[in-house]
Design a binder for this molecule. Structure first.
Ligand SMILES: Cc1cc2nc3c(=O)[nH]c(=O)nc-3n(C[C@H](O)[C@H](O)[C@H](O)COP(=O)(O)O)c2cc1C
Length: 357
């Protein structure tokens, strides 16, 4: 029988009951100290028929924040909060990994300790507005990280990984997509450095590989996934040679034998026009498990899996509106419509009140 979305699969050491993955989705509903709340537990528990849940992007340190009411993964209190989420998801038979996040320049002093300037590979202000507790405000010009600060940053990733394991996660996903810190180092629109972390593909990929090595040293490669978005212009991102850059990145990741590589195959909604990119080249270069995302539905997801173009599919917006998406796809039931006005922040409405079948 041909494989489809409902076939089990093993990603590294993580055994999934099916190939439907809940994509990482920022929802801005944690406490101001970054502790998951009771409604966050309910939200993830409701979606625990997915083969795998990837949490919302989660800051690895106080300096990694860039939006209001994000959960963190660096304090004891946060670990205790997340433990309630992982216990609830595991009790329902699903698996859950935490997405490790540093936003880099996509932040604002009002969200950072002592009003600090956001940090980035280079002091280049992104176009657009920061989303703060006071509403939308202009971005500021970030401070370029000194190379001497990077070992500490890498340690923050390792520490957050240990916190995630302590909280009971099945693994972690390194967020290197969508214009945040690691992606800012990769692409030459945001990285103008002249040291060992800028210029050549090798130099721009260096931080990503160092972070991956540190995270793998803590969790083991079979518990580590990694997300890239090679063509996504969201957060004012661009590169002069995206195809050859990301072909290089993916080739450099092969030796790690990670649990999975997660690719956003285009531009996410509202981010502008995606760069031309041939994702089949990446798939051909990558030698391990491949997770595809962006605009998939049951039919296109099944087709990609049957054709061997992906090992599993991550669904974002469909899982916001349909906690029982797996059941709905299995039975060809109609889907709930997502309400985008309640995506970011607010209360239970548009979060844990979408009806199940
Ligand atoms: C409300 C919302 C929040 C998101 N938050 C994240 C995030 O925290 N991390 C991330 O990597 N992508 C994030 N994304 C992108 C999604 O993971 C996904 O790539 C996007 O929704 C496209 O998949 P879809 O067409 O299945 O919805 C977010 C998207 C939405 C709509």
């Amino acid at each position: 029988m041909a494989l489809d979305l409902f076939s089990p699969v093993k990603l590294g050491s993580i055994l999934l009951n099916n190939r439907m993955v809940m994509a990482p989705l920022t929802r801005n509903r944690s406490s101001e100290t970054g502790v998951p709340q009771a409604m966050n537990v309910t939200y993830y528990e409701q979606r625990a028929t997915a083969g795998l849940i990837i949490t919302e992007a989660t800051p690895i340190s106080a300096m990694a924040h860039g939006y209001p009411a994000l959960p963190g993964i660096y304090s004891g209190e946060q670990v205790v909060g997340w433990r309630k989420v992982t216990d609830a998801v595991h009790a329902k038979g699903s698996k859950i990994v935490l997405q490790l996040w540093h936003v880099g320049r996509i932040s604002h002093p009002s969200l950072l300790p002592n009003g600090a300037l956001p940090v980035a590979p280079s002091a280049i202000k992104p176009a657009g507005k920061a989303f703060t507790y006071e509403g939308l405000v202009d971005y500021v010009t970030p401070r370029a990280l000194d190379a001497s600060e990077l070992p500490e940053l890498i340690k923050d990733y390792a520490h957050a990984t240990q916190c995630a394991l302590d909280a009971g996660f099945d693994g972690v996903e390194i967020h290197a997509a969508n214009g945040y810190l690691l992606d800012q180092f990769l692409r030459d629109g945001s990285n103008k450095r002249t040291d060992n972390y800028g210029g050549s593909f090798e130099n721009r990929t260096r931080l990503l590989l160092e972070v991956t090595e540190a995270v793998v040293a803590v969790a083991g490669a079979d518990k580590v996934g990694l997300r890239l978005s090679p063509a996504n212009p969201f957060n004012d991102m661009h590169d002069s040679h995206p195809q050859s850059l990301f072909n290089y990145v993916v080739t450099a990741l092969n030796p790690f034998n990670l649990a999975y590589l997660h690719i956003v195959e285009g531009g996410i909604h509202g981010g502008g026009e995606a760069a031309p990119f041939d994702f089949s080249e990446l798939r051909a270069l990558y030698q391990h498990s491949y997770m595809a995302n962006l605009g998939f539905n049951k039919q296109t997801g099944n087709a990609a899996i049957a054709a061997g173009e992906a090992d599993c599919i991550a669904f974002g917006v469909p899982f916001i509106a349909n906690p029982d998406l797996v059941e709905r796809y299995k039975t060809d039931a109609a889907l709930n419509e997502a309400d985008s006005t309640t995506f970011y922040g607010g209360n239970e409405k548009g979060y844990i009140d979408y009806p199940t079948l």
